[in-house]
Design a protein around this ligand. Structure first.
Ligand SMILES: [Zn+2]
Length: 104
């Protein structure tokens, strides 16, 4: 690829980066647990309640953040956006390396 082509490719990638919605670093973990109501079925061999967490490292420690139900779909999108962000960072780096290899 020519330098101009690479620069055009980079422009497209940077535009995608700018248009990216907020992201959150971490992984989604779903599990199920009992609730606080003693008379609920979950305390009497009934199904437990599904809950969602985002886990990730904070200052070297693994942190588990509970996601309230009303935010679940939004947070899932943020986690997806972080994956897109990482892919874009990698692709832009690759383009930059190609530009260096051209030695122009
Ligand atoms: Zn329950």
């Amino acid at each position: 690829m020519s330098k101009l082509q690479l620069q055009t490719k980079r422009q497209n990638l940077l535009r995608q980066l700018q248009n990216l919605d907020p992201w959150i670093e971490g992984s989604l973990v779903s599990t199920s647990r009992k609730c606080g109501k003693k008379n609920c079925a979950c305390h009497h061999n009934g199904p437990k309640h599904p809950v969602l967490f985002v886990t990730g490292k904070e200052a070297g420690k693994t942190v588990c953040l509970y996601i309230p139900r009303q935010l679940e779909s939004e947070v899932k999108q943020w986690v997806q956006n972080y994956k897109k962000l990482k892919a874009l960072i990698r692709q832009i780096s690759e383009v930059q390396k190609e530009i260096i290899r051209l030695r122009e």
